[in-house]
Design a protein around this ligand. Structure first.
Ligand code: HEC
Ligand code: HEC
Ligand code: HEC
Ligand code: HEC
Ligand code: HEC
Length: 285
């Protein structure tokens, strides 16, 4: 158990946040975390559960529901997380995106143009890369992505839970977000845990996945936001498919001055932007 809290990326139990320097990163969220914020020692048990239901270790812990209301006992795991990563989160941006949003409650709302299915099944009926038993009707946990690198969930010897990891930000598997990352099973292991690498690189949805990811060494994070895009910030044609560009990598298309994705219907879209010095004015698939 202790090893999990000594990992470089962790929940700062009983100490000042260990992940970022508070002097450089003032924020409003509680920066001091205790086991009791996520566990009730009298109620916690080993019962397992199906997403999004909270498992036994979270029994009778307080939370914030999907509408932002405080609740005495969380039914769903994400409600425990929303206590600190919801409306009060000021947070550090890991990947600076075109649309910035630190409130995960707004990012994962089922009314959004797109979102990973943490509260409810997702928007897209065409997700050919999903590995069984996942389907487009599946719901996943925050902790399917945010867990220890040595968690027993992935066959390790450590406890399950978002206690600490070698992978930033507390990710269960490696996820490279640097531009010019050479594609490999390890580089995007987090995504490939649920989405078939073969399917992605075989261009079964976006016809230019291989070109960007493999040939141009562009990371998934250049185009995809892992949480979702809130309806208050995104649009139903510009932010489907978790598209929310890494602001460091893209600039406007010099001809039209536009910087955007446009959904053109099933498995079709186009982009106006410049990336790696290459103008898309626009490029369509
Ligand atoms: C930020 C929230 C959070 C904090 C803080 C936290 N835990 Fe957890 N912990 C979880 C979650 C979520 C799970 C459930 C993981 C699962 O079953 O998927 C869990 C599971 C566990 C488990 C069961 C592990 C297993 O393999 O079934 C133990 C034991 C545990 N936590 C101990 C602790 C202790 C001790 C502390 C304080 C030093 C602590 N936790 C702090 C969120 C937290
Ligand atoms: C009591 C408040 C609290 C709760 C509840 C809580 N967290 Fe956190 N979380 C924090 C704090 C404080 C940090 C440290 C932030 C920092 O140092 O930048 C953190 C860090 C993180 C990070 C790393 C962020 C980064 O920038 O590196 C992730 C991921 C995370 N938490 C996920 C979760 C998940 C998933 C849950 C629900 C199971 C959860 N947290 C519940 C307070 C909380
Ligand atoms: C599909 C995987 C996945 C799920 C599910 C997920 N996250 Fe994340 N999360 C990530 C990745 C990857 C990042 C790194 C940032 C990026 O790529 O933009 C991240 C970043 C974060 C951060 C750091 C701040 C930020 O937004 O960059 C926090 C805090 C966090 N997640 C909390 C949560 C909470 C709380 C939930 C559930 C309510 C959750 N995440 C669900 C993958 C996931
Ligand atoms: C250059 C931008 C870009 C990059 C980089 C990119 N994608 Fe995509 N991806 C898209 C677009 C656009 C779609 C929407 C296709 C459609 O119209 O349905 C998509 C769709 C998807 C889908 C849903 C459909 C399916 O194939 O199951 C998944 C999953 C996905 N991408 C995962 C990834 C992963 C994993 C990576 C990194 C290994 C990645 N993407 C890199 C642009 C990108
Ligand atoms: C724990 C499993 C899991 C992980 C890990 C995961 N995904 Fe997904 N993802 C899903 C599921 C389930 C869906 C189907 C939701 C739907 O039908 O809209 C999905 C859908 C998507 C979509 C399509 C969304 C849409 O609305 O078109 C994209 C894009 C995507 N994932 C990208 C990624 C990327 C990039 C990563 C790595 C950061 C990743 N996923 C990691 C389970 C996962």
């Amino acid at each position: 158990m202790e090893a999990a809290f000594q990992r470089p990326y962790r929940h700062p139990i009983g100490q000042t946040a260990g992940v970022h320097d508070p002097a450089e990163d003032p924020r409003s969220m509680p920066r001091h975390v205790e086991c009791q914020d996520c566990h009730d020692p009298h109620a916690a048990n080993g019962a397992s559960a199906l997403a999004p239901q909270a498992p036994g270790p979270l029994a009778e812990v307080s939370g914030i529901d999907s509408e932002g209301r405080p609740i005495a006992s969380a039914t769903f795991t994400y409600e425990v997380c929303y206590k600190c990563h919801g409306d009060t989160a000021a947070g550090t941006v890991v990947v600076p995106r075109r649309i910035v949003q630190m409130n995960t409650r707004l990012e994962l709302d089922p009314g959004n143009p797109s979102y990973h299915p943490v509260e409810a099944p997702g928007q897209n009926p065409d997700v050919p890369s999903l590995l069984p038993p996942l389907t487009t009707a599946s719901v996943i946990y925050c902790t399917d992505c945010h867990d220890g690198d040595d968690s027993r969930r992935v066959g390790g010897s450590g406890p399950a839970g978002p206690h600490g990891s070698l992978n930033r930000p507390i990710l269960v598997r490696n996820y490279s977000t640097d531009d010019f990352t050479q594609e490999s099973p390890l580089a995007y292991a987090l995504c490939y845990g649920c989405h078939s690498r073969e399917s992605i690189l075989d261009d079964r949805s976006f016809k230019k996945h291989k070109k960007h990811v493999e040939d141009e060494s562009i990371p998934c994070s250049a185009c995809h936001d892992p949480h979702g895009i809130s309806a208050g910030q995104g649009t139903p044609s510009g932010n489907t498919h978790l598209i929310n560009f890494d602001a460091r990598l893209v600039s406007p298309d010099p001809r039209s001055g536009r910087l955007e994705f446009e959904d053109l219907g099933r498995l079709r879209g186009r982009c106006y932007l410049t990336c790696h010095g290459f103008a898309h004015d626009p490029k369509e698939y």
